[in-house]
Write a protein that binds this ligand. Structure first.
Ligand code: GRF
Length: 215
């Protein structure tokens, strides 16, 4: 193994909790919001199927008609609902429809897994302390869009991903778990994002369990 390969395998997840510490007494009723590919949604579905996360995905909400998350949800027999933000003039109006849909499906925890819209108090007040997001940087660095590109531009040597509670200010709520990923000399946004995503898939189910186990 050359040194580059060796570096690329070094990651650090914190907190590093055992599965026993993350066991939940009763199943969470999750609603997932996603705008794109849905690989994080699928990671949660797999963690549930393997017994790692005691939860059910009640519904997937997506906002782009051709989002791949729809077919991924179908693979797991998870209902999906298209709520296209382009049909709503105000963010609050959109969030009201989202909240109603989540409630209809009996959701008690909301996971934004690549939801590329800013959410409002309407959603946060409906699920207080129970909205979770995954972001492809070590917050509080590189908030907002194109976090991977931001990290490359800043020439940081370590970046990663963060699972956090959602607050009104974008990418600023309480941090639940992070994974650090080295930036390699030849990284492009695509290669770096791909390695970050491997870590996202590990820490998202854990972050959900961490948040829920504290209640
Ligand atoms: C992830 O990198 C996530 O951190 C960001 O959007 C991306 C979604 O990827 N918020 P996917 O749709 O889950 O594959």
């Amino acid at each position: 193994m050359n040194s580059e390969q060796n570096n690329s395998t070094q990651v650090l997840i914190s907190p590093n909790l055992s599965s026993a510490q993350l066991k939940l007494a009763s199943p969470l009723q999750l609603g997932i919001m996603a705008s794109g590919s849905g690989s994080n949604m699928e990671a949660v579905a797999k963690a549930i199927a393997s017994g790692e996360l005691n939860a059910e995905i009640k519904v997937v909400i997506y906002n782009n008609p051709d989002a791949k998350v729809r077919s991924r949800a179908a693979k797991y027999n998870i209902p999906s609902v298209l709520i296209d933000h382009r049909h709503y003039r105000q963010r609050e109006e959109l969030d009201r429809v989202i909240v109603n849909t989540l409630k209809e499906y009996g959701v008690d925890w909301v996971v934004m897994a690549g939801w590329m819209r800013v959410v409002t108090q309407v959603l946060l007040a409906a699920f207080p302390g129970r909205v979770i997001n995954i972001h492809p940087s070590l917050l509080p660095s590189f908030k907002g869009i194109r976090a991977v590109e931001q990290a490359l531009k800043a020439k940081v040597k370590i970046t990663g991903c963060t699972v956090h509670l959602v607050s009104l200010e974008v990418d600023s709520g309480e941090i639940l778990i992070q994974s650090a990923v080295p930036v390699l000399p030849k990284d492009t946004p695509e290669t770096l994002h791909a390695r970050i995503q491997v870590q996202e898939h590990l820490i998202l189910p854990q972050g959900i369990a961490i948040a829920a186990s504290r209640e």
